[in-house]
Design a protein around this ligand. Structure first.
Ligand code: GAR
Length: 194
């Protein structure tokens, strides 16, 4: 199962996926390309480290969504690696019908809350401000409804007394790093990762 990863930031979840692959814990999945809309994103530095092509794709002309010329460039670049699955690991743009249609039924997203609670931006901050006692992370299928596709798997993270944004974000990230590779392994048809 050929996997393309899209991300905009640090890439700690992409690193967790690639580390799982290196350790033989990614089932029949194999990462064949990393793509970012941010030229200096940390996620792109993983390419040389793990021997996977990593590419900046110009997302212009829009700032928060992928549409028009930028969308066409992403569709072309990602199509070129022939992915069976497209994993959004911190890709911070809203996808539109051109990209969604090109990879229909093959796109999954990671979100730092227990959806349907706290969709959208800063889900960790939303959970703290709501006074929630528990939050977590979700892997779900991507549709035109933002953070709204079918849920595949979730992990709960308890929110402690005096929890800060940083401490909670760290706990949610740790949960994500375990959840996302195990879901990819399972979807590859090879059983859960160890
Ligand atoms: C992750 O926490 C992911 O859940 C979140 O971005 C972070 C990326 O971290 N995604 C979203 O908020 C999407 N709406 P990383 O670059 O270290 O993997």
């Amino acid at each position: 199962m050929r996997v393309a990863i899209l991300g905009s930031g640090r890439g700690s979840n992409a690193e967790a996926i690639l580390s799982a692959q290196a350790a033989g814990r990614l089932g029949r999945a194999r990462v064949v390309g990393i793509f970012s809309d941010v030229a200096d994103a940390g996620i792109l530095a993983l390419g040389p480290r793990f021997g996977v092509p990593a590419t900046f794709v110009d997302p212009a002309p829009f700032r928060t969504k992928l549409e028009g010329d930028g969308e066409a460039r992403f569709v072309a670049a990602v199509s070129a690696v022939h992915p069976d699955m497209v994993v959004l690991a911190g890709f911070m743009r809203v996808l539109k019908p051109g990209f969604l249609g090109a990879f229909e039924g093959r796109i999954i997203n990671l979100h730092p809350s227990l959806l349907p609670r706290f969709p959208g931006l800063d889900a960790v901050g939303q959970a703290l401000r709501a006074g929630a006692k528990v939050t977590g992370c979700t892997v779900h299928r991507v549709t035109a409804v933002i953070d709204g596709g079918a849920i595949i798997a979730q992990t709960e993270v308890p929110i402690g007394e005096g929890e800060t944004h940083d401490s909670l974000a760290q706990k949610v990230h740790a949960a994500e790093h375990a959840l996302l590779p195990s879901v990819i392994a399972r979807l590859s048809g090879a059983g859960a990762a160890a």
